[in-house]
Ligand binder design. Structure first.
Ligand code: F0G
Length: 481
């Protein structure tokens, strides 16, 4: 939630109190240089004891509520027929309006099952934008992703409130080109992760649904950040001014045939689910659930998480919860813009994104500017962000790099986890790095896995810029920080 101070300044305000804390540690820049070398210049390979603020992701890292923790204590540990499952099913019905529920251990498990049940070799899956794991599962099933976003979606400096919109005209052309039989479903990702957490509008969803329905193609909704997308609709789409988050969600779900989500984000747990009102979809997926996940009443989740997810789903419809991450991100983005740092605008869900192509224009894309920025920012701050650029794209069949549309450093803002001074610290260190940006050089792979290489790949700096950067930092801030 935002609050206006007597000076007129607007700040995000925490509508919660801190009840439990975890200590964090700010390693010196000397240690940070060692740690990033040990990690092969890949922030995924850092140990958290070397991380001050963990802005790698908002996945499974959000602060849980007292009610969620309380619910975990009364979970019903049963392999089959657990009461916890029925509580989650009630929440899914109440919040999302679906009668069939398939729990899974996390979002990509839902994607795996959807690809297994519906995607055949040669199929094309249109979507507003891909997510890494979604694309991997579509590819592994022999299909291809078609990204059919609207013009302007990839402009990082923008005032378009709905860069996550899908282009219905392109959808029509795609169906005509490939034929209905080769398009198993259309996927809408609620706030497009890889292009800066950008939402789609209700008007667009309705249009996409109508177009898909006219061909008899089901609409799949990735609701991993559903409460954020609903919040942006409430804030940015005039029809929904004054509507509650629940009202927006209810309206969104009218357009959805199959819903799935990573519960690790909006619902603040560690799990996932698929839900639908159509028995034929449920029946197509159900047989695979015990093969890959677990029995139908826990789906690979601990029953404690099942309980917490039921509470998390209801809580994400509260205004203060739905806005908690987004308002901090907006503040973060505004502050960096004030400092002249190139960031993705408008602010989206999930994270504040720095535009590495504008931040480090001297680094060619083949030397991974977003990866270099992630490593450089860690050296300068102890803050761990995530590369979202070409390192996150796997090579093509010929072994060539596939250049990403965007090169972003994502600084995730997990919900209710960090405070204003943490954000101000991150802003200050980005500002310092921006002033020293010409020192940062490129990266090259040393070890490169074939699939989702960004997770375990190891890189090295081209030249010794890491050492130079750490030395410049020490000269300004001393040995301690
Ligand atoms: N869909 C979206 C839009 C996501 O952002 C994610 C995960 C998934 C699906 C997969 O869910 O992780 O529970 O298996 N995003 C995480 C991230 C990994 O860091 O952005 P998962």
């Amino acid at each position: 939630m935002n609050i206006t101070l007597s000076t007129g300044k607007i700040i995000p305000i925490e509508m919660h109190k801190v009840k439990i804390v975890q200590k964090t540690n700010l390693p010196s820049s000397k240690r940070r240089l060692e740690a990033i070398n040990e990690a092969g210049y890949n922030t995924f390979l850092l140990r958290t004891r070397d991380v001050f603020l963990d802005m790698l992701t908002d996945s499974g890292t959000n602060a849980m509520s007292d009610n969620q923790l309380g619910a975990m204590m009364v979970s019903d540990e049963a392999y089959a027929g657990s009461e916890s499952f029925y509580k989650l099913a009630d929440a899914v019905k109440e919040v999302l309006g679906f009668k069939y529920l398939l729990p899974v251990h996390q979002g990509r498990a839902a994607e795996h099952l959807l690809a297994k049940a519906f995607v055949k070799p040669g199929d094309v899956v249109p979507m507003n934008y891909h997510f890494t794991t979604t694309k991997a599962h579509v590819d592994l099933a022999g299909g291809k992703v078609a990204e059919i976003f609207k013009e302007g979606a990839l402009e990082t400096a923008s005032s378009n409130p709905f860069k996550g919109n899908l282009d219905p005209a392109k959808l029509e052309a795609l169906v005509k080109q490939h034929g209905v039989a080769h398009i198993p479903f259309v996927r809408m990702e609620a706030t497009t992760n890889l292009i800066g957490g950008q939402p789609f509008s209700m008007a667009n969803l309705r249009e996409v649904k109508a177009m898909a329905a006219s061909f008899g193609i089901p609409l799949v909704f990735d609701g991993s950040l559903i409460s954020e997308n609903a919040y942006f609709i409430q804030q940015r789409e005039p029809e929904f001014k004054g509507a509650t988050i629940q009202q927006v969600i209810t309206e969104l779900m009218k357009n959805v045939d199959i819903f799935y989500m990573s519960g690790r984000k909006s619902a603040a747990v560690r799990g996932g689910l698929i839900a639908t009102n159509e028995k034929k979809f449920y029946d197509a997926i159900l047989p695979w659930l015990p093969v890959y996940e677990g029995f139908a009443t826990y789906g690979g989740m601990s029953t404690k998480e099942v309980e917490a997810m039921a509470v998390g789903l209801r809580e994400m419809t509260e205004q203060a919860v739905a806005s908690s991450g987004a308002d901090f991100i907006q503040y973060f983005v505004n502050r960096l813009e004030e400092e002249g740092v190139p960031v993705v605008t408008p602010a989206g869900g999930l994270a504040c994104h720095l535009d590495a192509m504008r931040f480090l224009p001297h680094i060619p894309q083949a030397q991974y500017p977003a990866g270099a920025l992630a490593a450089a920012f860690y050296i300068a701050s102890g803050v761990r962000g995530m590369e979202r650029g070409t390192v996150s794209m796997d090579r093509d069949a010929q072994g060539n790099d596939v250049m990403s549309d965007l090169e972003l450093l994502r600084l995730a803002v997990p919900r209710r986890l960090y405070t204003m001074s943490h954000i101000e610290y991150a802003v200050d260190r980005v500002k310092w790095l921006y002033a020293h940006r010409e020192m940062v050089g490129g990266l090259q792979f040393v070890e490169e896995p074939p699939v989702l290489r960004f997770f375990f790949g190891r890189l090295e700096p081209v030249g010794d810029w890491g050492v130079q950067l750490a030395a410049a930092f020490r000269a300004d801030f001393g040995d301690e920080f």
